[in-house]
Design a protein around this ligand. Structure first.
Ligand code: IPM
Ligand code: MN
Length: 365
């Protein structure tokens, strides 16, 4: 089959990890007889410099027509000025909003061979395997009013945690659908003891739960959840939460996996259902790591696993996604490690070598 992918390598290590991921996709194409048409464009700081916007109108238009978007990373010290009119991150927010990518899936899986490379005790993180569903186009990030103004007693500013029942309904459905395919257990995270938007969230979640009698629903307060992630992460399976809570909790959760270089993400524009293709944007959760850029150091695994999610959710190529995930696992089992996950007795390799090894395994060699 033919698939159109817009690739946005971005800044820092972005282009390097994207190159390796494209190798892996090529190998998938060869082995399974698919064609991936790649259109590469600028995003983030690179786009600000060359096109005057963190993502240009033309690029957005192209993304809208594609089957999926694959993104590296954005940002860097060059564009960090807090007074700047446009920031690399604006590109991400613009892509999310204008492509209606309301559901952000962030799996956190601790690979068995890496249980010793985190700060947490192996017995706490061994076997950890859960997924966050973060709402991505509402809440404090986009809610109005959102402004700053002058009063007689000084400056004031407001952001609004605004949610409609439709926005809550569709995101919790994503949670229920994923839970249905996993352990049939969904945790909805909110702050219903204080926030009105959370009380609506909880109510709508309970209403949607009626459509999923096979899934056990639990509500958890966000502060308790942040504790649970460290204390007993094995308890978690599928979690669903609003934008800002999800932003914070997923960074916390990423630390369980030893390195951010291991964790993929998907931002999708629909509710995943078996065999259905959903438009999405796929990116590693790590940033542009400017100090590591251009040195063949970065771990490409997070981006390669993001491409696996693209195969699964946007192309409905389940088997191909499994092959990529298995190739990553085999590379790790055979002892290959980039700098961020290196430990004694293992084989140190760079970005390119890791990409070659994984692509080689996908290619069946
Ligand atoms: C993320 C990032 C973004 C966010 C920033 C870069 C706007 O932290 O993807 O989690 O806050 O959503
Ligand atoms: Mn974040």
């Amino acid at each position: 089959m033919d698939f159109n992918i817009v690739v946005l390598p971005g800044d820092g290590v972005g282009p390097e990890v994207i190159d390796e991921t494209l190798k892996v996709l090529k190998a998938i194409g060869r082995r399974f007889g698919h064609r991936f048409d790649i259109d590469s464009r600028l995003v983030g700081g690179a786009a600000i410099d060359a096109e005057g916007a963190a993502v240009s109108k033309a690029t957005l238009k192209l993304c809208k027509k594609a089957d999926a978007v694959l993104l590296g990373a954005v940002g860097g010290p060059k564009w960090d000025d807090p007074l700047a009119k446009v920031r690399p991150e604006d590109g991400l927010l613009e892509l999310r909003k204008s492509l209606a990518l309301f559901a952000n899936l962030r799996p956190v899986k601790v690979h068995p061979v890496l249980v010793n490379s985190t700060n947490l005790k192996p017995e706490v993180i061994k076997g950890v395997d859960f997924i966050f569903v973060r709402e991505l186009t509402g809440g404090l990030y986009f809610g109005k009013p959102k402004k700053r103004w002058q009063t007689d007693s000084g400056r004031k500013a407001v952001d609004s945690m605004l949610y409609s029942e439709q926005e809550i309904d569709r995101i919790v459905r994503v949670g229920f659908e994923l839970a249905r395919r996993r352990q049939k257990k969904l945790i909805s995270v909110d702050k219903a003891n204080v926030l009105e938007s959370s009380r609506l969230w909880r109510q709508v979640t309970q209403e949607v739960a009626k459509d999923y009698p096979d899934v056990l629903l639990e509500h958890m307060l966000v502060d308790a959840c942040s504790m649970r992630i460290i204390q007993n992460p094995r308890y978690l399976d599928v979690l669903v939460t609003e934008n800002t809570f999800g932003d914070i909790l997923t960074d916390e959760a990423s630390m369980l996996a030893g390195s951010m270089g291991m964790l993929p993400s998907a931002s999708i524009a629909g509710v995943p259902q078996t065999g259905v293709r959903i438009f999405g944007l796929y990116e590693p959760i790590h940033g542009s790591a400017p100090r590591r850029a251009g040195q063949n150091l970065a771990n490409p695994i997070a981006t390669i696993l993001s491409a696996a999610m693209m195969l699964r959710y946007s192309f409905a190529l389940e088997k191909e996604a499994d092959v990529v995930e298995k190739a990553v696992e085999d590379a790790l089992n055979e002892g290959y490690r980039t700098y961020d996950i290196m430990s004694e007795g293992k084989t140190r390799c760079g970005t390119k070598e890791m990409g070659d090894i994984i692509a080689g395994k996908v290619g069946g060699s």
